[in-house]
Design a protein around this ligand. Structure first.
Ligand SMILES: [Fe+2]
Length: 347
């Protein structure tokens, strides 16, 4: 289904809820571990301060920016209605940016080759190079210029109803088959990986937008960006969303045995994850419904996938070939900060 068709068919649809997983009945959770009273106390005591921090952050963000608007540019209108917007970067912006990112792509590829040769799983950390503005000023500036030219700064400002925006983060990533975080996610055991693996809402929410820029052509097997249209409007600003995001910063976040035992020991109302896709029952109607709703954004090199962090999304789940991307985020700012003029301070 194309993005506009998806948006049209969702117009009259009732608001939907984020998937809730019955962890007590899940074979890798309640099927293996009994909730323990002592662990319940510990699990709750470690989660609650994080949850309070997330709630406080949400209140501050709401009082600073209010609710998202998205009335102006085409991109921000799409972000407001669907939670995502797809654009194509012009060659004059893409080519220099791609050239500046190439050395980082080479570093990551060499690292992944080494891991594969040693028979080791490909870790998330190995697949990514964070772009530090001070270390790679040219790459950072080219990314900033490309985003500005593509209207993304304007879109972030309009979406958040803020007078300014800035590039918040940048990274280069290379995805290949055999990544540890999307295959054999329960680290052994006979558990089927569901077709929803990887679906999540972001744990770090900010007023602005995120971007996945394809540095090579990405087909269905190469781990295209996928998003559930309008899912940023499911349970908007609810406490359930705050719990999910707090869970993502919890020490028992992973799917190791101790962590799964800690999760089943929590009170059921706190058993909510931001990264829930891998825990959905493989054949359940809700699982199949979510997959059917996914907009799979296959596309050419230079495709710019913009989305809001609250939408359900995934990407980089590569079955064959390779995906090379730049991951960027643009944050709205309450005040306009004038960038120094080019050449200022030079003789
Ligand atoms: Fe994400």
């Amino acid at each position: 289904m194309s993005a506009p068709d998806a948006a049209a068919s969702l117009e009259d649809a009732p608001p939907r809820a984020l998937p809730r997983i019955d962890y007590g009945a899940h074979p890798a959770y309640g099927g293996m571990f009994e909730p323990a009273k002592w662990l319940r106390r510990h699990a709750q005591a470690t989660l609650e301060p994080i949850l309070e921090e997330v709630r406080r952050g949400d209140r501050e963000r709401l009082s600073a920016f209010g609710r998202a608007r998205g009335q102006g540019t085409g991109i921000s209108r799409e972000l407001a209605a669907q939670g995502f917007s797809l654009r194509q970067l012009e060659p004059r912006a893409l080519e220099p940016l791609s050239r500046a990112a190439a050395p980082l792509v080479r570093i990551i590829r060499a690292r992944l080759d080494e891991l594969a040769a040693a028979g080791l799983p490909l870790s998330f950390k190995a697949a990514q190079e964070v772009v530090d503005r001070a270390v790679h000023p040219e790459l950072w500036t080219l990314a900033e210029d490309a985003m500005r030219e593509a209207g993304l700064f304007e879109a972030a400002m309009d979406y958040a109803g803020a007078p300014g925006a800035k590039l918040k983060s940048a990274a280069v990533m290379v995805n290949r088959p055999g990544q540890a975080w999307c295959t054999d996610i329960f680290r052994g055991g006979d558990f089927e990986t569901p077709p929803t693996v990887g679906f999540h809402i972001d744990s770090v929410v900010f007023s602005g937008l995120k971007l996945v820029l394809y540095l090579n052509d990405v087909d269905a097997d190469q781990g295209p960006f996928g998003v559930i249209p309008a899912s940023h409007l499911w349970e908007p600003e609810s406490d359930g969303r705050a719990i999910r995001r707090a869970f993502d910063r919890w020490p028992y976040l992973s799917r190791g045995p101790n962590e799964r035992r800690a999760l089943v020991s929590l009170p059921p109302e706190l058993q909510l994850k931001a990264e829930f896709g891998g825990d959905m029952p493989p054949e359940a109607p809700e699982t199949l419904d979510l997959v059917a709703r996914e907009h799979v954004a296959t596309g050419p090199r230079g495709q710019l996938n913009a989305f809001v962090p609250e939408a359900i999304h995934r990407g980089g789940i590569t079955r064959a070939g390779e995906r090379q991307v730049m991951l960027l985020s643009i944050a709205a700012r309450r005040a306009v900060v004038r960038a120094p003029e080019r050449g200022a301070g030079e003789p």
